[in-house]
Design a binder for this molecule. Structure first.
Ligand code: OAD
Length: 254
């Protein structure tokens, strides 16, 4: 079946394409987002030619070992990320997903690998940050998690316990992403899995499409170019997130 045929294919009672020979009504949607959804808000992606990992080695700034070795380098890197997040604004892709969140009558979970808060600032509520949050600090002494908009390079005391033990509340390579149990339950129950603006290079998120397929879930990729796991998706729609995401959301809510 061609993409055009798929778009004209059978629709369920929520106006969603059931797809190739599959008439199962779509009630539960899991959306996975990556850096591509925030690219048009001016936030750098990781693996583009001008991406964050071009100028910084993962091993130097995004592992617990790097933090133990050179905390100032790591804190400076995330202080810059925090400042960039504060300066960014949601784009039409975030706005469209917020519209979907507000209007979708069934279950919805937006799982993001992004540490920015642009989904929330656009108005989305059903958001889960599996790689942590740039505007959150974690006290490794008292385990408090605190909204943080300033710097950490100056080693400020924890407002809860006073210890100078704050680190970015970010999941580094070698650490366990947050709330994986919830994500796997949602994937198991999903009728539709949609991946937006992610290269499919980093597990476990890169494996979500296969898990969804094993459960018989319909899968759709919205990305600027084909991701590494592109062949696992039933359908790929290529283009900038600010265009393809609003188009898809309009289709779903029609
Ligand atoms: P990547 O930088 O690996 O991939 C970004 C994807 O977005 C690529 O496939 C681009 O083609 C696509 N893209 C770029 N601009 C776009 C646009 N305007 N519209 C739509 N798509 C666009 O970023 P992620 O896949 O999010 O983890 O990276 C996953 C994880 O790797 C990150 O969360 C981070 C990183 O290392 C940690 O730091 C733990």
């Amino acid at each position: 079946m061609t993409a055009r045929m798929a778009r004209n294919g059978p629709r369920n009672k929520f106006g969603v394409i059931a797809g190739e020979g599959c008439m199962k009504p779509i009630r539960t949607i899991v959306v996975l987002t990556g850096a591509g959804v925030s690219a048009e808000s001016g936030l750098q992606t990781f693996r583009a030619a001008d991406g964050l990992w071009e100028d910084h080695r993962v091993e130097d700034v995004a592992t617990p070992e790097a933090f133990a070795r050179d905390p100032a380098l790591v804190q400076r890197f995330y202080d810059m990320r925090r400042a960039a997040i504060m300066a960014a604004r949601p784009n039409p892709a975030h706005a469209a997903l917020a519209r979907l969140d507000a209007a979708w009558p069934g279950e919805l979970l937006i799982v993001t690998q992004n540490i920015d808060d642009l989904h929330e600032r656009a108005g989305a509520r059903r958001v889960l940050h599996m790689h942590g949050e740039g505007l959150s600090a974690w006290c490794t002494a008292c385990d408090a998690r605190l909204r943080w908009t300033g710097t950490l390079l100056d080693d400020p005391p924890c407002p809860s316990c006073g210890a100078r033990a704050l680190r970015p509340d970010i999941v580094w390579f070698g650490e366990m992403p947050y709330r994986m149990d919830e994500i796997f339950v949602a994937l198991r129950e999903a009728d539709l899995f949609v991946s937006i603006g992610t290269s499919g290079a980093v597990y476990p998120a890169a494996g979500f499409v296969r898990q969804a397929r094993e459960c018989g879930t319909r899968t759709l990729e919205l990305n600027l170019e084909r991701s590494q796991g592109s062949t696992w998706f039933h359908e790929s729609r290529l283009g900038p997130a600010s265009t393809v995401v609003p188009e898809w959301v309009e289709e779903v809510l029609a």
